[in-house]
Design a protein around this ligand. Sequence first.
Ligand code: EPU
Length: 451
Amino acid sequence: MLDRLDTTLRVRGGVRLEGSTSTHGAKNAALPIMAAALLAKGPVTLHRVPRITDVSVMWSLLESLGARLRYEGENTVTIDSSNVASFRAPYALVRKLAASFDVVGPLLGRFGRAEVALPGGCVLGTRATDLHEQAFIALGCDVRNQHGYLIAESKHARLHGADIEFRMPSVGATKNAMLAAVTANGTTTLRNVAMEPEVIDLANFLTAMGAKIAGLGTDTIVIDGVAELHGVEYEIIPDRIVTGTLLFCGVVTRGDVTIRRCVPAHVRSVLEKLTECGIEVTTGTDWIRVNAGAITGGTEILTAPYPGFPTDLQPQAVAFLCTAPGTSVVEESIFNARFSYVNELARMGADVRVSMESNTAVVKGVAQLSGAPVEAPDIRAGAALVVAGLAAHGETEIIGLEYIDRGYERLEEMLSDLGGQVQRSVGVTQLVEASGLFETTAYPRVSPASG
Ligand code: EPU
């Protein structure tokens, strides 16, 4: 007999959410900003760093390179990179976090060399790196793939500025090119860049460290390389994907919720879709209120680079649309395998048909979802199962809470602020081998809220 430890989230559905809660700092800004601290001559202090496991992995990676990190408060971290001596990011860490690849640019800026395990694929689809490599080569590096590692090496003492046009906007490649170019010799022009708020936050952080970056918010960024960057104190932007997830949690229960400490402009495309479904949306400088008393119908969504509808909210949107009257159509244009979770939604009674050829889901609203045991295949799909569970009749047990914890800081507490009945638990699953198959029996045990 084998034992396996599963962390699960138990969601009691059918409770209308009301009240307010706050968004935490953005994962996808915190990760590259932590990596960028490798370039600072002095200590960096970061505020509003989310307590999530992806941050812990980046923390371990920076420590493995020689940096010293310390919590100064619940969400404040100092990073001292003065003793960084290694330029190799091992597979053991990169395989846990594709964003580990963000260290390539800073390592090139600092050492003129980087050896970083290739991220390969993930559950969402291919994680290609050709655009990153295009940038490193243009900036003066030799780049090769050796034994699963990308080895990039500057041909000169310093990288040199270059004019780089990307065939498509990539968040990761834009960040890495920017990180490598800020201390290069001369001017770098990056064309067709990603304009995601997290990319801009990274640029603002680099600028606060002394970098010279122009054109932010447009599709062309111009960087004048500087010899060195200094330490700084900086606050990470609010997480727009957490904001959007909480909005979907509220509206799926036909609730009336206010999300505070967020940037409404960062989720404009989402608010437009909610309005199309008949939901009342009001915004202030740093809050959004949604009142979903009456949902008039579904909508059509196409995921796209910012300011388009974010792919990271596609699963949560589908989960909500499963409960909206009529038929909705959701097309995924960023990742080639981001609909795997719909099989779990189907176990809850959802009616979603996916066409692999067009990467499109046709969602027919059903009168009632029903709670079921389901498994989260990744962060955002896990969040989508929470959205569905909140609307379902009965209890939904989501196995794979560790995925949700990668991107959400204590999601159950944010939901309980809104009256949601969501509980974290750890269960020992006994795997009993019987006729070649495994039978599973779970014995849940409630863990401390902070888990
Ligand atoms: N791509 C290439 N070549 C490249 C780079 C990317 O073809 O050199 C392709 C990828 O294969 C993928 C698409 O372009 O199909 C998007 O990749 P992109 O580089 O834009 O995304 P990323 O940097 O890998 C970040 C976020 C993702 C988010 C995407 C899109 C971080 C740490 N990750 O990934 O966030 O979905 O941008 O907005 O910032 C999440 O938080 O759950 C998450 C997956």
